[in-house]
Structure formats: structure tokens, C-alpha cells
Design a protein around this ligand. Structure first.
Ligand SMILES: Nc1ncnc2c1ncn2[C@@H]1O[C@H](COP(=O)(O)OP(=O)(O)OP(=O)(O)O)[C@@H](O)[C@H]1O
Length: 233
């Protein structure tokens, strides 16, 4: 389980998260919704240790978090476009490989594991194509495969479908839900689309001005999910 407890983040003097408590169980896809500036990305960055927290703590399965436990998927897809799809997925394993072996090319076991990750996202047939030749939705699925190849316990996805068309968005969200349900990962995804959250997430957290204002099942009321997105009057 990923547990964020009492997370407070300030940028300069300005508090952006005020003692936020959020948990994501293994096997669960949690969607975080909120208006622009409500603190969603900051929460994800705090979980990933990419921003200093003024107070609170982050644990994974009850212990201190290890960088390798957490795999990140971003809105802007960071693939090496001129390298093969397979090499990009292999890069997910870099954190656990000795530098020498990665400089010499990825070992066979890693390439086999990366291939299995590509099968998982339905792109094994594109393994030897240049990553840059894939569509945006396919590239995001490669980014998910790379995250999987890291063997994480937690996946943190920051607006993973914001740049994708509706069909590709559904595919990527369904894939993230499957990783949670089948692989038993804890998956936290920051989303802007309540309808997508309602269809795919197991639980939804709503943030408003750096505070949790909703935490529940996504089927409770899509209206209440939309209300979270309304700016504070
Ligand atoms: N590096 C930074 N330095 C200073 N202020 C920041 C920084 N990053 C974010 N902020 C501010 O913190 C607040 C929360 O930003 P954050 O990006 O977490 O919100 P968000 O909910 O993810 O927004 P969006 O939906 O627009 O991506 C905003 O007011 C933003 O201006």
C-alpha cells in the first residue's frame, strides 16, 4: 500500500497541500481529481520524492519508500524516439542493473522481460520499430510497459491521458486498472476527466485548494466528481 500521511507542501511561504492523507491499496486504481492548481501534481510529486515535504510521511507497504518501488508515467511521454520500442522498455530496468551491463546493451533476461511487458500492453509486434514511429496512445502504452519493467510496487501517473484521443485514453486507463487488478500494484493517476475516473478507477480522491474534499467510490455520483472540478467561488 502507498500511504501519504499528513502531507504538507509549501512553495516558498505559500502552502499548497495542507496535511493531506491519501492511501492507495495494492490492487487499486485511485484517481485524483481537482481543478487546476488544486495540488494534484504536487501530491504526486510528494509521493515520488520530487518535492520536499514540510510535514508528513510517505510509506510503501508500511516501510520507507525506495525510489525503485515507484514508477512514473507522465502526460508528456518521455521516450527516446530514435531508439527501438524494446530498448525504451528495457530502460525501465536500468535502476537495478550494474552500469557496465547497461552500457554493453541490455542482458537477454531483461530483453525477455521487456518483451513480456510489451505483450502486456499489446505492443509486442512493434518491439523493433522506432519509438518515434508510434502514435501518441501507443507511445503512452510503451511508457506503461517501461514502468512495468521497473518491477515497481506503485505506479504514479500524472495526467497520463491528457494528450490522447478518447479511444486511446480509454485504452490507457483500462491498462492502468488492469495493472492494479492483475499485477496487484497500487496505481495513483491524476486525471482531469471525471467520466474516465468513474469508468475505470476503484476509488476517487478530490482535491480542492490543497485539501481532500472527496474520497470514495467513483460510482457514488458523477455529479459530485464534477463539483470537485469547479473553481472555489
Ligand atoms: N514549482 C513551483 N513553484 C511555485 N509554485 C508552484 C510550483 N508548482 C506548482 N506551484 C503552485 O502550486 C499550486 C498547485 O499546483 P499543482 O501543479 O500541484 O496543481 P494541479 O492540481 O496539478 O494543477 P493542474 O491541473 O493545472 O495541473 C498552484 O497554485 C501552482 O501555481
Amino acid at each position: 500500500m502507498l500511504a501519504l500521511s499528513g502531507i504538507t507542501v509549501r512553495y516558498g511561504e505559500r502552502p499548497v497541500l495542507h496535511g493531506v492523507d491519501v492511501t492507495v491499496s495494492r490492487g487499486e486504481l485511485l484517481a485524483v481529481l481537482g481543478a487546476n492548481g488544486s495540488g494534484k501534481s504536487t501530491l504526486l510529486r510528494a509521493a515520488a520524492d520530487l518535492v520536499p515535504v514540510a510535514a508528513g510521511q510517505v510509506t510503501v507497504d508500511g516501510g520507507p519508500r525506495d525510489r525503485l518501488d515507484l514508477a512514473l508515467v507522465f502526460q508528456r511521454i518521455h521516450l527516446v524516439r530514435r531508439r527501438s520500442v524494446l530498448d525504451n522498455v528495457c530502460a525501465g530496468a536500468l535502476g537495478r542493473l550494474p552500469l557496465r551491463s547497461s552500457l554493453l546493451g541490455f542482458p537477454r533476461e531483461v530483453r525477455e522481460e521487456a518483451m513480456a511487458c510489451l505483450e502486456r500492453v499489446g505492443l509486442a509486434d512493434r518491439a523493433h520499430d522506432r519509438a518515434g514511429s508510434l502514435s501518441g496512445g501507443q507511445q503512452q502504452r510503451v511508457a506503461v510497459a517501461r514502468a512495468l519493467c521497473q518491477r515497481p510496487r506503485v505506479v504514479l501517473a500524472d495526467e497520463p491521458v491528457s494528450a490522447l484521443d478518447p479511444a486511446a485514453s480509454e485504452q490507457v486507463l483500462a491498462l492502468l486498472a488492469e495493472l492494479a487488478h492483475v499485477e496487484g500494484l497500487a496505481v495513483l493517476a491524476v486525471l482531469h476527466q471525471p467520466a474516465l475516473a468513474a469508468r475505470h478507477a476503484d476509488r476517487v480522491v478530490g482535491l480542492r485548494d490543497g485539501r481532500v474534499v472527496l474520497d470514495g467510490r467513483p460510482d457514488q455520483s458523477v455529479d459530485s466528481l464534477y463539483q470537485v472540478l469547479e473553481p472555489v467561488s
